[in-house]
Design a protein around this ligand. Structure first.
Ligand code: THU
Length: 147
């Protein structure tokens, strides 16, 4: 039931996509550990590379509100003005942002076409052997041993 609610929030967020260049609309709903939901849509720019994906919009909204712990995210996307016909996997940059804040084998990524039709992955599945904060911490610990 919680999954369906999260996908519904992502579908609603998708309606606010600002995508005049690609006409591809993405919505995301990020579930914090405390149960709050932060939504996001893709926000494009005439200077194309400045575009922000829906997932990062949701993460940056949460982090800027002081929220750093997350359970999962629902993502929906597809051609504008239509129901999503396929799944919308997060881009590599967004997977890396997830790696910063989430526990890879616990964080759930719901890729949906609708509330009833979705697949669930972990971040570890979508970003195997990802580089994250723990890798820096391990390197710093090893360095202190050699001092
Ligand atoms: N996009 C997202 O918002 N999330 C993804 O996971 C994939 C791509 C957006 C970026 C751009 O506005 C449009 O979809 C086409 O790439």
């Amino acid at each position: 039931m919680e999954d369906r609610r999260l996908i519904r929030a992502a579908l609603q967020a998708r309606e606010r996509a600002y995508s005049p260049y690609s006409h591809f609309q993405v919505g995301a709903a990020l579930l914090a550990e405390d149960g709050r939901i932060f939504t996001g849509c893709n926000i494009e720019n005439a200077a194309y590379s400045v575009t922000n994906c829906a997932e990062r919009t949701a993460f940056f909204k949460a982090v800027s509100e002081g929220v750093y712990d997350f359970q999962g995210i629902a993502i929906v996307g597809g051609a504008g003005g239509q129901e999503p016909s396929g799944l919308c996997p997060p881009c590599g940059v967004c997977r890396q942002v997830m790696m910063e804040f989430c526990i890879p084998d616990r964080f759930r990524i719901l890729l949906g076409r609708s509330e009833e039709d979705y697949q669930v992955f972990t971040l570890a599945q979508l970003l195997p052997m990802g580089f994250g904060p723990d890798d820096l911490a391990k390197a710093a610990a090893a360095e202190s041993v050699h001092l």
